[in-house]
Design a protein around this ligand. Sequence first.
Ligand SMILES: O=C(CO)[C@@H](O)[C@H](O)COP(=O)(O)O
Ligand SMILES: [Fe+2]
Length: 217
Amino acid sequence: MIKVAPSILSANFANLQPDVELVEKAGADALHIDVMDGQFVPNLSFGMSTVAAIRPITSLTLDCHLMIVEPERFVAQFAQAGADLIGVHVESTHHIYHVLQLIRQAGAKAEVVVNPGTPLSLIEGLLPLVDQVLIMTVNPGFGGQHFLTPMVDKVRALAQLKQQHGYQFDIEVDGGINDQTVKQVYEAGATVAVAGSYVYGSADPAQRIQDLKVATN
Ligand SMILES: O=C(CO)[C@@H](O)[C@H](O)COP(=O)(O)O
Ligand SMILES: [Fe+2]
Protein backbone atom coordinates (compact mmCIF):
# COMPACT_ATOMS: atom_id res chain seq x y z
CA MET A 1 0.00 0.00 0.00
CA ILE A 2 1.37 3.39 -0.96
CA LYS A 3 1.89 6.21 1.58
CA VAL A 4 -0.16 9.31 0.77
CA ALA A 5 0.98 12.92 1.19
CA PRO A 6 -1.85 15.36 0.42
CA SER A 7 -0.60 18.65 -1.04
CA ILE A 8 -2.08 21.75 0.59
CA LEU A 9 -1.46 23.66 -2.65
CA SER A 10 -5.03 22.62 -3.46
CA ALA A 11 -6.41 23.28 0.05
CA ASN A 12 -8.28 26.38 1.23
CA PHE A 13 -5.59 29.07 1.67
CA ALA A 14 -8.03 31.22 3.65
CA ASN A 15 -8.47 28.50 6.28
CA LEU A 16 -5.84 25.76 6.19
CA GLN A 17 -6.40 24.24 9.64
CA PRO A 18 -9.58 22.21 8.91
CA ASP A 19 -8.02 20.90 5.69
CA VAL A 20 -4.92 19.76 7.57
CA GLU A 21 -6.92 18.13 10.37
CA LEU A 22 -9.21 16.39 7.93
CA VAL A 23 -6.41 14.57 6.08
CA GLU A 24 -4.63 13.66 9.31
CA LYS A 25 -7.82 12.01 10.61
CA ALA A 26 -8.32 10.31 7.25
CA GLY A 27 -5.01 8.45 7.54
CA ALA A 28 -2.64 10.58 5.47
CA ASP A 29 1.01 9.66 6.02
CA ALA A 30 2.49 13.14 5.54
CA LEU A 31 1.49 16.68 4.60
CA HIS A 32 3.09 18.03 1.42
CA ILE A 33 3.90 21.75 1.42
CA ASP A 34 4.88 23.28 -1.93
CA VAL A 35 7.19 26.26 -1.58
CA MET A 36 7.53 28.36 -4.75
CA ASP A 37 9.59 31.50 -5.33
CA GLY A 38 8.34 32.81 -8.67
CA GLN A 39 11.80 32.25 -10.14
CA PHE A 40 12.57 28.54 -10.13
CA VAL A 41 8.91 28.02 -11.07
CA PRO A 42 6.45 30.58 -12.47
CA ASN A 43 4.29 30.72 -9.35
CA LEU A 44 4.37 31.87 -5.71
CA SER A 45 3.02 29.98 -2.72
CA PHE A 46 4.10 29.45 0.88
CA GLY A 47 7.18 30.28 2.93
CA MET A 48 8.59 29.14 6.26
CA SER A 49 6.08 31.16 8.26
CA THR A 50 3.32 28.93 6.87
CA VAL A 51 5.31 25.85 7.94
CA ALA A 52 5.76 27.33 11.42
CA ALA A 53 2.02 28.05 11.65
CA ILE A 54 1.08 24.50 10.63
CA ARG A 55 3.63 22.76 12.91
CA PRO A 56 1.63 23.06 16.16
CA ILE A 57 -1.68 21.94 14.65
CA THR A 58 -0.60 18.52 13.36
CA SER A 59 1.67 15.62 14.14
CA LEU A 60 1.87 14.64 10.48
CA THR A 61 5.31 14.58 8.89
CA LEU A 62 5.77 17.95 7.19
CA ASP A 63 7.19 17.23 3.75
CA CYS A 64 8.43 20.54 2.30
CA HIS A 65 9.03 20.61 -1.44
CA LEU A 66 11.25 23.63 -2.13
CA MET A 67 10.88 24.98 -5.66
CA ILE A 68 13.26 27.89 -5.10
CA VAL A 69 16.62 28.92 -6.50
CA GLU A 70 19.63 28.36 -4.24
CA PRO A 71 17.73 26.54 -1.48
CA GLU A 72 20.92 26.54 0.61
CA ARG A 73 19.86 30.07 1.66
CA PHE A 74 16.77 28.76 3.47
CA VAL A 75 16.96 25.06 4.42
CA ALA A 76 18.04 25.72 8.03
CA GLN A 77 15.10 28.10 8.47
CA PHE A 78 12.65 25.53 7.12
CA ALA A 79 14.03 22.92 9.54
CA GLN A 80 13.75 25.45 12.38
CA ALA A 81 10.13 26.17 11.37
CA GLY A 82 9.31 22.47 11.82
CA ALA A 83 9.86 20.77 8.47
CA ASP A 84 10.58 17.05 9.00
CA LEU A 85 11.65 16.39 5.44
CA ILE A 86 13.06 18.96 3.03
CA GLY A 87 13.17 18.37 -0.73
CA VAL A 88 15.50 20.35 -2.96
CA HIS A 89 15.65 20.26 -6.75
CA VAL A 90 18.94 19.13 -8.26
CA GLU A 91 18.36 21.81 -10.93
CA SER A 92 18.04 24.62 -8.39
CA THR A 93 21.60 24.91 -7.07
CA HIS A 94 25.27 24.57 -8.02
CA HIS A 95 25.86 22.86 -4.67
CA ILE A 96 23.33 20.06 -4.31
CA TYR A 97 25.67 17.83 -2.27
CA HIS A 98 26.25 20.65 0.20
CA VAL A 99 22.52 21.46 0.46
CA LEU A 100 21.68 17.85 1.29
CA GLN A 101 24.38 17.88 3.98
CA LEU A 102 22.95 21.15 5.37
CA ILE A 103 19.46 19.64 5.60
CA ARG A 104 20.70 16.71 7.66
CA GLN A 105 22.87 18.95 9.81
CA ALA A 106 19.75 20.99 10.56
CA GLY A 107 18.07 17.81 11.82
CA ALA A 108 15.65 17.16 8.95
CA LYS A 109 15.43 14.31 6.46
CA ALA A 110 16.94 15.09 3.07
CA GLU A 111 15.23 14.64 -0.28
CA VAL A 112 16.51 15.31 -3.79
CA VAL A 113 13.92 16.21 -6.45
CA VAL A 114 14.20 15.75 -10.22
CA ASN A 115 12.21 17.55 -12.91
CA PRO A 116 10.68 15.52 -15.73
CA GLY A 117 13.45 16.56 -18.15
CA THR A 118 16.32 15.73 -15.81
CA PRO A 119 17.98 12.32 -16.18
CA LEU A 120 18.53 10.06 -13.19
CA SER A 121 22.27 10.01 -13.96
CA LEU A 122 22.44 13.51 -12.44
CA ILE A 123 21.43 12.23 -9.00
CA GLU A 124 23.03 8.77 -8.95
CA GLY A 125 26.00 9.94 -6.89
CA LEU A 126 23.67 11.53 -4.33
CA LEU A 127 21.61 8.46 -3.54
CA PRO A 128 23.64 7.42 -0.46
CA LEU A 129 22.96 10.88 1.02
CA VAL A 130 19.17 10.98 0.85
CA ASP A 131 16.16 9.72 2.79
CA GLN A 132 13.79 10.22 -0.12
CA VAL A 133 13.91 10.90 -3.88
CA LEU A 134 11.05 12.81 -5.51
CA ILE A 135 10.36 12.10 -9.16
CA MET A 136 8.23 14.92 -10.59
CA THR A 137 5.42 13.48 -12.69
CA VAL A 138 4.42 16.96 -13.96
CA ASN A 139 6.44 20.08 -14.67
CA PRO A 140 6.59 21.86 -11.29
CA GLY A 141 4.72 25.05 -10.52
CA PHE A 142 1.01 24.25 -10.50
CA GLY A 143 -1.50 21.76 -9.18
CA GLY A 144 -4.09 20.06 -11.35
CA GLN A 145 -1.87 19.12 -14.31
CA HIS A 146 -1.88 15.87 -16.27
CA PHE A 147 0.37 13.01 -15.23
CA LEU A 148 3.38 12.48 -17.53
CA THR A 149 3.26 8.76 -18.32
CA PRO A 150 6.94 8.48 -19.43
CA MET A 151 7.89 9.14 -15.79
CA VAL A 152 6.72 5.63 -14.86
CA ASP A 153 9.85 4.21 -16.52
CA LYS A 154 11.97 6.69 -14.57
CA VAL A 155 10.44 5.49 -11.31
CA ARG A 156 11.14 1.89 -12.35
CA ALA A 157 14.77 2.69 -13.20
CA LEU A 158 15.26 4.39 -9.83
CA ALA A 159 13.68 1.45 -8.00
CA GLN A 160 16.13 -0.86 -9.79
CA LEU A 161 19.10 1.26 -8.70
CA LYS A 162 17.74 1.27 -5.15
CA GLN A 163 17.49 -2.51 -5.12
CA GLN A 164 20.90 -3.09 -6.75
CA HIS A 165 22.67 -0.98 -4.13
CA GLY A 166 20.49 -1.88 -1.15
CA TYR A 167 19.47 1.74 -0.53
CA GLN A 168 16.62 2.42 1.91
CA PHE A 169 15.25 5.75 0.60
CA ASP A 170 11.59 6.27 -0.19
CA ILE A 171 10.55 7.04 -3.77
CA GLU A 172 7.96 9.80 -3.94
CA VAL A 173 5.98 10.91 -6.99
CA ASP A 174 4.30 14.28 -7.38
CA GLY A 175 1.83 15.56 -9.96
CA GLY A 176 -1.28 14.23 -11.62
CA ILE A 177 -1.76 11.42 -9.11
CA ASN A 178 -5.22 9.83 -8.98
CA ASP A 179 -6.60 6.32 -8.39
CA GLN A 180 -5.42 5.22 -11.88
CA THR A 181 -1.97 6.81 -12.15
CA VAL A 182 -1.12 5.77 -8.59
CA LYS A 183 -1.33 2.11 -9.65
CA GLN A 184 1.25 2.64 -12.40
CA VAL A 185 3.79 4.35 -10.16
CA TYR A 186 3.26 1.92 -7.27
CA GLU A 187 3.81 -1.05 -9.55
CA ALA A 188 7.02 0.65 -10.77
CA GLY A 189 8.33 1.06 -7.20
CA ALA A 190 7.03 4.36 -5.80
CA THR A 191 6.45 4.28 -2.04
CA VAL A 192 4.93 7.75 -1.43
CA ALA A 193 2.37 9.59 -3.57
CA VAL A 194 1.65 13.32 -3.34
CA ALA A 195 -1.91 14.20 -4.29
CA GLY A 196 -3.26 17.74 -4.37
CA SER A 197 -6.29 18.30 -6.60
CA TYR A 198 -7.35 14.64 -6.42
CA VAL A 199 -7.73 14.93 -2.63
CA TYR A 200 -8.71 18.54 -2.00
CA GLY A 201 -10.66 18.98 -5.23
CA SER A 202 -13.13 16.36 -4.03
CA ALA A 203 -16.22 16.82 -1.87
CA ASP A 204 -14.87 13.90 0.18
CA PRO A 205 -11.07 14.21 0.59
CA ALA A 206 -10.96 11.42 3.20
CA GLN A 207 -12.49 8.98 0.72
CA ARG A 208 -9.93 10.00 -1.90
CA ILE A 209 -7.06 9.14 0.46
CA GLN A 210 -8.62 5.72 1.02
CA ASP A 211 -9.12 5.30 -2.75
CA LEU A 212 -5.37 5.81 -3.32
CA LYS A 213 -4.56 3.24 -0.66
CA VAL A 214 -7.11 0.70 -1.91
CA ALA A 215 -5.82 1.11 -5.49
CA THR A 216 -2.38 0.01 -4.32
CA ASN A 217 -3.39 -2.70 -1.89
O1 LIG B 1 4.80 20.26 -6.59
C1 LIG B 1 3.68 20.35 -7.07
C2 LIG B 1 3.42 21.23 -8.24
O2 LIG B 1 4.59 21.86 -8.59
C3 LIG B 1 2.63 19.52 -6.48
O3 LIG B 1 2.91 19.04 -5.21
C4 LIG B 1 1.18 19.79 -6.75
O4 LIG B 1 0.54 20.34 -5.62
C5 LIG B 1 0.50 18.51 -7.12
O5 LIG B 1 -0.80 18.78 -7.46
P1 LIG B 1 -1.73 17.73 -8.21
O6 LIG B 1 -1.09 17.44 -9.55
O7 LIG B 1 -1.78 16.49 -7.34
O8 LIG B 1 -3.03 18.44 -8.32
FE1 LIG C 1 5.10 19.24 -4.73
